[in-house]
Write a protein that binds this ligand. Structure first.
Ligand code: ZN
Length: 562
């Protein structure tokens, strides 16, 4: 093939160092360092991944090619179609990108027929790829192949795709490229997908959504075995768990914030026949009111600004399994109406969609609000409450089950040790006593948080003490029993004995005598002789009274007799 002289192209390049511009015809060009382009290319691959970086570079090349095709028409307007076409390959060489050697070229601009085959020699992109990333398993001249496609498509007037058959970046002696119309490539659709711009922001958004979704369905951290306790109130709740799980009707979990409604919901799912299907949790209070419908029911592309892609909602994702709706009382009126429909019939529409979908989902709702009160106030639908309240399950507050605190403390110490790689032994007696008296408005979750903080702040091998848990907190400090001189615990009301109140409450003189002896014993660490001296009586007199009042000495053992 006879290639026309490149002289006409050389003459349109001018370097205008006075104004800091390089011209190719009327287009401003850049001379950049091949190595810095290579570094940028490498960074694109590392930060965006190979496929995305490849697409970006192909589109960049394609734009250059289109510009050069427009130029070609003006430079060789009267030449043969073949010579006009060869402007592109020659410019590619002149611009320092690659030397192009035509092997075969057939084109007919009028009919859109095209076949082109070329060798590429000294591909700058293959050189940079080899330098920064080493030898590749697939062709690497992405920017250049984009140029070839963009140039040819623009000039011929139909979409032409090029493919590298050989590539220096793969270790071949040179690159060899073939171009033909999209329709003639078997994998044309896949190849052309690189030329449509994709929004990374949109992908990041959907990925971050996916992560949130996965987090909400990850239940490793929520362990039904954490529901422990021997108190009557927790036993009563646990007794209902199995039948509730079995019957596959909506369950409404009731209880204050922090009682563990999330753990109960997971337990219900795991005990149910749906245990191998998805468990999806949504906290209705955590989602903005204007997004709640889209989150629960999904959204069709274009339903509102920003809905660039159709998305399934939580109901669809929970299909076959369980959906846990925490803080269900926070739902908007519109969301309540949709929820009622899906609970009744399993049917719903995505936001912005006319196509009705059907799901099979077991609903567990939870609330710390008084829903009946909300119904009376017109804030919650009575028919919805009726539907979701088929099986109500009350979870007791921690202050209703203080006897479970020691076991829960042990559990949370163990969990916190594992989570923070610590070896904290437990809590001090003083803290233990304070825990029994505290009202725990935040319930089990508050206890767990307090323990976790304590474990973090306590040295390995030590016990969580009150200075760590309640530094300078007066109101909590008041709950703490005082420690007497011997280090034994005594509660404040024993010390602050009020004689008037004592008798006003109907206590006897004998019981006052008993209390005084107990206090005296406390102050001597249970030493009977010392206590007797303190009280101004003989040992035998004191022993008689200890026996009479059945007073237990320090350490839990009965006062020994002579
Ligand atoms: Zn190549």
């Amino acid at each position: 093939m006879i290639v026309p002289s490149i002289q006409d192209l050389r003459s349109i390049i001018s370097f205008d160092d006075e104004s800091g511009k390089i011209w190719l015809g009327e287009q401003r060009m850049l001379m950049l360092h091949a190595s810095s382009f290579g570094a940028l290319r490498n960074e694109l691959v590392n930060s965006l991944g190979l496929s995305r970086a490849k697409g970006l570079l192909m589109r960049m090349g394609s734009l250059s090619g289109q510009n050069d095709a427009r130029l070609a028409r003006t430079i060789r307007p009267d030449s043969s179609e073949e010579d006009m076409f060869l402007v592109g390959p020659q410019l590619h060489a002149l611009e320092g990108i690659v030397r192009v050697v035509p092997i075969k070229l057939e084109l007919d601009i009028g009919s859109g027929r095209y076949y082109g085959e070329f060798y590429w020699e000294n591909s700058f992109e293959a050189e940079e790829h080899l330098r920064t990333m080493g030898i590749s398993g697939e062709p690497v001249c992405w920017n250049q192949i984009g140029y070839a496609g963009g140039y040819t498509s623009e000039l011929v007037g139909v979409p032409i795709l090029f493919k590298e058959i050989e590539c220096m970046g793969m270790g071949d002696k040179h690159c060899r490229i073939v171009g033909k119309p999209i329709a003639e490539w078997e994998d044309g659709e896949k190849l052309s997908s690189y030329y449509s711009a994709d929004s990374i922001a949109e992908t990041l958004y959907s990925l971050s959504n996916e992560v949130t979704q996965l987090r909400s369905t990850m239940t490793e951290d929520v362990n039904p075995d954490d529901i422990i306790g021997e108190s009557q109130s927790i036993k009563a709740a646990l007794k209902l768990l199995k039948p509730a799980a079995d019957c596959d009707v909506p369950v409404l979990l009731l209880g204050e914030t922090g009682v563990g409604k999330d753990i109960f919901s997971v337990a219900l799912h795991r005990l149910s026949k749906r245990k191998d299907k998805p468990f999806v949790a949504v906290n209705c209070a955590a989602l903005p009111a204007d997004l709640i419908e889209a989150e629960l029911f999904g959204v069709e592309k274009g339903a509102f600004t920003g809905a660039d892609q159709s998305r399934a909602g939580r109901f669809e994702r929970a299909h076959g399994g369980t959906l846990f709706l925490d803080e269900v009382g926070e739902l908007t009126a519109a969301a309540q109406a949709k929820l009622l429909r899906v609970v009744q019939s399993g049917e719903f529409d995505r936001v912005g969609d006319i196509h009705t979908r059907k799901v099979d989902v077991r609903l567990i709702a939870a609330t710390n609000a008084d829903l009946e009160e909300k119904v009376r106030a017109g804030e919650f639908r009575a028919d919805l409450l009726y539907r979701i309240n088929v099986f109500p399950l009350h979870i007791p507050a921690l202050r209703e089950r203080v006897e479970d605190i020691p076991a829960l403390v042990d559990l949370f110490i163990q969990k916190s040790n594992v989570r923070h790689n610590k070896r904290v032994l437990g809590i001090t007696d003083k803290v233990r006593a304070a825990f029994q008296q505290y009202s725990w408005p935040g319930n089990v979750r508050e206890l767990e948080n307090v323990i976790e903080r304590g474990v973090i702040l306590t040295e390995d091998g030590g016990k969580v003490d009150s200075t760590v848990l309640f530094p300078g907190q007066q109101q909590v400090g008041n709950l703490l029993p005082t420690v007497d001189r011997s280090g034994r615990l005594s509660s404040n009301q024993t010390v602050d004995l009020n004689i008037k109140e004592w008798f006003a409450e109907g206590n006897s003189f004998e019981s006052l005598e008993q209390r005084i002896i107990e206090m005296a014993l406390d102050s001597t660490d249970g030493n009977v002789s010392a206590t007797a001296r303190l009280l101004g009586m003989g040992d035998a007199q004191l022993r008689y009274r200890l026996k009479k009042f059945e007073i237990v000495a320090a350490g839990g053992s009965r006062v020994p007799e002579d």
